[in-house]
Design a protein around this ligand. Structure first.
Ligand SMILES: [Zn+2]
Length: 67
């Protein structure tokens, strides 16, 4: 992976059960460790990153999750 492929921030998505809607949240990427792809559309579905000194798995919307 090259530096060019490393995002500096990710628009993460999570389901808000109370509001019954998707919520987006910009997450700053301190370190990037790669992503996990969707089994169906082969687009990134989650990213392994370090943000605010913590290791995190953040989810994004892949190509086939537009509902
Ligand atoms: Zn997909």
């Amino acid at each position: 992976m090259s530096i060019m492929d490393t995002p500096t921030e990710i628009n993460s998505v999570s389901w808000n059960e109370g509001k019954k809607s998707w919520e987006y949240n910009m997450v700053q990427v301190e370190e990037y460790f790669g992503f996990n792809e969707c089994q169906q559309c082969r687009k990134p579905m989650s990213h392994n990153i370090k943000t605010n000194g913590e290791f995190k798995l953040v989810y994004v919307k892949c190509g086939c999750s537009r509902r």
